[in-house]
Design a binder for this molecule. Structure first.
Ligand SMILES: Nc1ncnc2c1ncn2[C@@H]1O[C@H](COP(=O)(O)OP(=O)(O)O)[C@@H](O)[C@H]1O
Ligand SMILES: [Mg+2]
Length: 234
């Protein structure tokens, strides 16, 4: 098991946002965490990467407890987090943005890493000298994924990758994520767009009002009309 989240409770001040959330991820799996706006998806991810420390429960990455570690330590251990806000540096070129994702001392070679990213996303190579701010939403999302991969993460957490993207663009992104899955990347993605996420995931979790209400295979969820309607608005 690459990631084991065990009964975590996370608060904002006195407000409890998630309740005894547990989830597990095996190496090579792509899983999704679905739920409506405000359900607790982002909080689950920020809890994993150390940005919102849970008050109770434990989080293990490759068997090591990371619950109380700092965000930069967790990043160095190999968890890459792509927030919904997709921070890119708009005044810098695509290539410079990728360079910023690389960490000296991380045991990788900068030029090789960039070449590797260009093999995964040939489009970024074509755009390498463009300022990132001039890219389309879909291209910017590809760039944030590419920048995160510059650090060779073993696990990638993607928060609502399709938010704000037109349906056609989301479809292209879906194909790219499927491509990464074929390459063996391990990913946990959150989505309000349940149909999109189920199409690219091996398993699904559904969260509602801070608690997990479904944990199982994607087909089982698809067939569960009541659940699809109540929690996912599909
Ligand atoms: N910084 C914050 N301060 C206070 N409450 C927050 C904060 N961020 C999120 N919340 C609350 O926590 C709950 C879960 O939010 P969030 O994890 O962002 O949900 P989702 O990502 O599923 O939309 C919501 O009720 C939200 O209003
Ligand atoms: Mg969110």
């Amino acid at each position: 098991m690459i990631l084991q989240v065990d009964k975590i409770d996370t608060f904002y001040g006195v407000f409890q946002a998630i309740f005894k959330v547990s989830l597990e991820l095996e190496k090579g799996e792509v899983i999704c965490l679905l739920g409506r706006n405000g359900a607790g998806k982002t909080t689950t991810l920020t809890s994993i990467v150390g940005l919102n420390r849970p008050k109770s429960g434990t989080i293990r990455f490759r068997g090591m407890e990371i619950t109380k570690r700092k965000p930069y330590q967790i990043a160095r251990m190999g968890i890459g987090f792509i927030p919904e806000s997709r921070w890119i540096f708009s005044e810098l070129t695509v290539r410079e943005n990728l360079e910023l994702g690389w960490r000296k001392g991380g045991g990788t070679n900068l030029l090789k890493q960039i070449d590797w990213i260009y093999t995964l996303f040939p489009k970024l190579k074509a755009l390498e000298h463009r300022n990132a701010g001039t890219l389309s939403g879909g291209e910017q999302q590809m760039l944030t994924v590419g920048r995160t991969l510059m650090n060779n993460p073993e696990l990638i957490l993607l928060d609502e990758p399709t938010a704000g993207l037109a349906p056609v663009v989301a479809q292209v992104l879906g194909e790219q994520i499927k491509g990464l899955r074929k390459e063996g990347f391990t990913m946990l993605l959150t989505e309000q767009n349940a149909l999109f996420a189920m199409d690219i995931s091996d398993r699904a979790y559904v969260i509602d009002k801070g608690a997990i209400v479904y944990d199982g295979d994607v087909d089982g969820l698809r067939k569960n009309e009541a659940m699809m309607k109540e929690y996912l608005g599909v």
